[in-house]
Write a protein that binds this ligand. Structure first.
Ligand code: ZN
Length: 265
């Protein structure tokens, strides 16, 4: 499941091909992708448009068209773009320079929403807190969001309204870097612990972006190298890189959760 670093990697590759180009033809084969809108309507609106910019907000790709509309793409479980023939193609864009861009999605949970800019801002604004690598994501902000919450801190940071872009992998990695136990009630963290958590989140995500995300072997985010840098995720029984204690597995917020029982207090 793509998280901020995987989506950022997709964004960079897509932007390199799409920005400044004109979409000659658009074909959308899967009505689930655009619902409630008709896929033929969305495809007709995309054809002939120039692309100004491909941005990212949380786990969304934000494709800004010269005509003013915005295509919000959420990859969900297995969505991604390919620049050659691909299996499980759900949509295809052909550009004025001959580039063919396929959207593939094995599980078909991904979404394409074509909105005007105000609608797009509203759509993102009600769902997403600040960008974790942006200036608004301060320790004071995070402390305010966690204050009074009894939920496990891991569940709190998976809430996209607390901070945009974390999923199961990077939440676990962030908590390891911050030396915070994933089951601690969010509201009980000290100011110093919140500061460590914020730094841990930023460190884990920066590392993930630098490694072009994690390739979990299913072919969806091929080429990522973050899976070689996991400190806890999926490492049950392996020694903690900081203290040697075997990594433990539990559940938090309904998700498999890995941590070190010695150095995450
Ligand atoms: Zn440890």
């Amino acid at each position: 499941m793509p998280e901020l670093p995987e989506v950022e990697t997709e964004r960079g590759r897509l932007a390199a091909r799409l920005e400044g180009r004109r979409i000659e033809t658009a074909r959308i084969d899967d009505a689930r992708l655009t619902r409630p809108d008709d896929p033929a309507w969305v495809a007709a609106r995309l054809a002939g448009e120039h692309v100004d910019a491909v941005e990212r907000r949380g786990k969304y790709l934000v494709v800004r068209l010269t005509g003013g509309e915005v295509l919000l793409v959420h990859l969900r479980m297995t969505g991604g773009f390919r620049y050659g023939p691909a299996s499980h193609e759900r949509a295809v864009l052909e550009l004025d320079d001959g580039t063919r861009i396929a959207y593939r999605d094995v599980r078909r949970f991904g979404t394409w929403l074509l909105l005007d800019p105000e609608e797009a801002e509203k759509h993102l604004g009600i769902r997403l807190g600040p960008e974790p690598l942006g200036r608004r994501f301060t320790t004071a902000y995070l402390a305010g969001r966690l204050a009074g919450r009894k939920a496990p801190v891991k569940a709190a940071i998976l809430d996209q309204r607390t901070v945009a872009g974390l999923g199961n992998i990077y939440a676990d990695e962030s908590l390891w870097y911050g030396r915070i136990h994933p089951l601690r009630p969010a509201g009980e963290l000290s100011a110093e612990e919140v500061a460590r958590l914020r730094q841990g989140i930023r460190r884990a995500l920066r590392l993930g972006i630098g490694r072009q995300g994690a390739d979990l072997g299913d072919g969806t985010y091929a080429g990522g190298r973050m899976q070689h840098e996991f400190r806890v995720y999926g490492r049950t029984g392996e020694p903690c890189d900081r203290c040697g204690t075997p990594i433990a597995k539990t559940r938090a917020g309904g998700r498999g959760t890995w941590y070190c029982s010695t150095c995450q207090a």
